[in-house]
Design a protein around this ligand. Structure first.
Ligand SMILES: NC(=O)c1ccc[n+]([C@@H]2O[C@H](COP(=O)([O-])OP(=O)(O)OC[C@H]3O[C@@H](n4cnc5c(N)ncnc54)[C@H](OP(=O)(O)O)[C@@H]3O)[C@@H](O)[C@H]2O)c1
Length: 262
C-alpha cells in the first residue's frame, strides 16, 4: 500500500489508548512520524513500542493537554526537531460518572471542559499559525455522537463535544483557502477504557451492529488526514453503525418488519 503520509509529522493527543492509539497506529502505518501527547508515561512508551513493532515510527511527550505551557513546550520541541507538523488529531478526552446535571460537582464540569475544549484549543493554538505559514495542515477534532444529540447523565461531556463541533466549524472558516483543513469526527459507541463500564450497561438493549471498534474511527480519521482530503473542510462525520438515525419508532417498526417475509 502506498505510504501517503511518508515524511509527515502527526500529533495525536491521547494517542496511547483506545481510539487515539488506533489513530496513532493507522497514521504510522500510512508512513507518518507519530507524536503522542498524553499524561501516562508508561502507556506512552507501550504505544511507542507497539507502533515500532508494526514497523512505524512514534515518540511521545508526557503532557496534560489542558496545561497550555506544557503543550507549547512539547510542540515547540517537535518543531525544533522536525521543522513541521502536518497533522493534529485532538483526541484526548475524559468522562465523569453518570449523574443528573443538577447534582454534578463543578469540578466534574470543569475537568471535562478543560480536557476536551481547552486541550483542543491549546493544541490548535500551538500548531495552527505554523501550519498556515506552511500552507498545509490537517486538523481533526474528535467529538462524539454526544455532541450531536446530547447525553443524559453526562451533560458536561455533551457540552464539551458540542463545543468541539463549534470549534471545528469556526476554525474551518478561519483557515478557509489556506491549505489547512479542520474537520470533526463523531464516534458512536466504541469499547475503550473510558467507556467500558457504560458499554456493559448499554449493551443490554443494543444490537451488535451499534458497537464499533477503535479502528473504525481510525480509518475515517486517517481519511481526513490525507493530502487527498483537501476539499473537505468543516465537515462533521458521524461514525456510529447507524446509532443516531435510529429512533424508538424505528426499533418497533423493525420488530414488526421482522415478522414479515424477507
Ligand atoms: N469510546 C467511545 O465510545 C467514544 C465515543 C465517542 C467519542 N469518544 C472520544 O474519543 C476520544 C478517545 O477516548 P477513548 O474512548 O479512546 O478513551 P481512552 O481509551 O480512555 O483514551 C483517552 C485518552 O485521552 C488521554 N487523556 C485524558 N486526559 C488527558 C489530559 N488531560 N491530557 C492528555 N491526555 C489525556 C488518555 O491518556 P492519559 O491518561 O495517559 O493522559 C488516553 O490516551 C475521547 O475524546 C472520547 O471522548 C469516545
Amino acid at each position: 500500500m502506498e505510504k501517503e503520509l511518508l515524511n509527515q509529522v502527526a500529533i495525536v493527543t491521547g494517542g496511547n489508548s483506545g481510539i487515539g492509539k488506533a489513530i496513532s497506529c493507522e497514521l504510522a502505518d500510512r508512513g507518518a512520524k507519530v507524536v503522542i501527547l498524553a499524561r501516562n508515561e508508561a502507556r506512552n512508551k507501550e504505544a511507542e513500542k507497539e507502533i515500532a513493532e508494526k514497523g512505524g515510527q512514534a515518540e511521545s511527550y508526557s503532557v496534560d493537554v489542558s496545561n497550555s505551557e506544557a503543550v507549547n513546550a512539547a510542540i515547540n520541541q517537535v518543531y525544533s526537531k522536525y521543522g513541521q507538523i502536518d497533522i493534529l488529531v485532538s483526541n484526548a478526552g475524559n468522562a465523569t460518572p453518570l449523574r443528573y446535571s443538577t447534582k454534578m460537582p463543578i469540578e466534574e464540569f470543569e475537568s471535562v471542559l478543560k480536557t476536551h475544549l481547552f486541550g483542543a484549543f491549546n493544541c490548535v493554538k500551538a500548531c495552527g499559525e505554523r501550519m498556515r505559514k506552511r500552507k498545509y495542515g490537517r486538523i481533526v477534532l474528535i467529538s462524539s455522537v454526544g455532541g450531536y444529540h446530547g447525553f443524559a447523565g453526562q451533560m458536561n461531556y455533551a457540552v464539551a463535544k458540542h463545543g468541539l463541533v463549534g470549534m471545528a466549524y469556526s476554525l474551518a472558516k478561519e483557515f478557509d483557502g489556506s491549505g489547512v483543513t479542520v474537520n470533526v469526527v463523531q464516534p458512536g459507541i466504541i469499547p475503550t477504557p473510558m467507556c467500558d463500564a457504560l458499554i456493559e450497561v448499554a449493551k443490554e438493549g443494543l444490537p451488535d451492529a451499534r458497537i464499533g471498534k477503535p479502528e473504525d474511527i481510525a480509518y475515517a480519521t486517517a481519511f481526513f488526514c490525507s493530502p487527498r482530503a483537501g476539499f473537505m473542510n468543516g465537515t462533521p462525520l458521524v461514525i456510529d453503525g447507524g446509532l443516531v438515525i435510529e429512533t424508538s419508532v424505528d426499533t418497533e417498526i423493525k420488530k414488526l418488519l421482522s415478522k414479515t417475509e424477507k
